[in-house]
Design a protein around this ligand. Sequence first.
Ligand code: DC
Length: 448
Amino acid sequence: MSINIALDGPSGAGKSTIAKAIAAKFGYIYVDTGALYRTVALYMLRNGVDVSDAEQVSAKLDGLSVKLAYSDGTQRVLLNGEDVSDLIRTPEISMGASAVSAVPEVRKFLFDTQKTIAAENNIIMDGRDIGTVVLPDAQVKIFLTASAEERARRRFAELSEKGDPSTYEEVLADIIQRDHNDSHRETAPLKKADDAVEVDSTELSLEQVVEKISDIITEKTAVKKSQRELIPLRPVEKGKPIKFKVKVFYRLVRWFLTGVYKVWYNTKFVGKENCPKDGGNIFVSNHRSYADPVLVSLPVVVPCSFMAKEELFQGNVLFKWLISYLGAFPVQRGKGDSSAIDRSIEELNKGRNLLIFPEGTRSKDGTVGKIRSGAALIGIVAQTPVIPCAICFKNKLRFRRKIIVAYGKPIIPADIGAIDTSPKSIKILRTKISEEINRLVDENVNKL
Ligand code: DC
């Protein structure tokens, strides 16, 4: 089954830019459905049809063929065989598209084209009714918004760059008008699907929006996959010895860094007795700073491996060598969870521990964000103890600022009923991890 991502939202919310970036990152095809409505509008205007007259528009559809073609991942749209991709980007066509898209026959006419391409490919499709009408079964639905003023500002900058003389006020009026048309029409009005996740891009940069949506896609496709089929368990072989060279190097680094952290940061460790002496365990911690992998690992006798962004391995060779030696291994964000599971089990079976930050991103204000399913999934597949940890300090890391790193009792997945990779089991372990990390944070922040 192909992966379908529905991205809906009002004009100018940045859908196409975001969808292109996501498509490139995940290797999906980007389907811009607005181009289909624009092409119908171009055809109608070329033939002198009054686009506000639904009857005239539907009557003229007979002589029309609209097709999508892809070259080098870029969408081209063909009007009766002619490539009109560059002709449909004018304000006049934008208004025309808004008018023809309110005609039910036009929507019906374009429906199959959209359905077919989604059935045959992994796609991210943007539009207004993708999550509600065209792809109601899409695995991921995003509703991307931004304030009308912000959208007008972005579009105005884009048009000015192209030499378009429209003023900001005209662009804003245009956007407000189109919003009104698109959300008040009778057929398929612009509406957030009940199961769509809303992302407001008003105060976010392009990179931040892409990051946010990528995380949603990774999370949702992982859960959906595990709903379809159970992943076989691969219990970790505990007690395996680690390589002598690694052991010596790690001892030295640990001894040195423990000193540095105690002196430089005034670090206290609470509940150290909860850290098993052998390897093959999973440590799950809240995420505050780049120092976290070191902070959590210091009282842990056996080295911890931890996942790191792939980009970190592409730069400086020395840096790459150092972080790999310290236990970092690359994960490709958005490539689904199977490669991350494989790598994690491999690390655990080397006799090492595994450290995961299940919030995915660092929290700047110290509150614990949403705990994702990945750590629970790996804990279940590995059927190994999961040790909850909390890193607590005020604001930012500073010289001599107190840090408390707390460790909770190991959670044994099977003991709490997390015995397979069904959504129910994943939820049990995810909830337990979340509760324990939050409890440890609450218990220790007031000791700072
Ligand atoms: O996204 P865009 O600006 O290229 O879309 C042009 C018009 O087409 C817009 O006014 C709304 C309409 N549209 C629609 O009704 N349904 C879609 N799936 C895509 C676009």
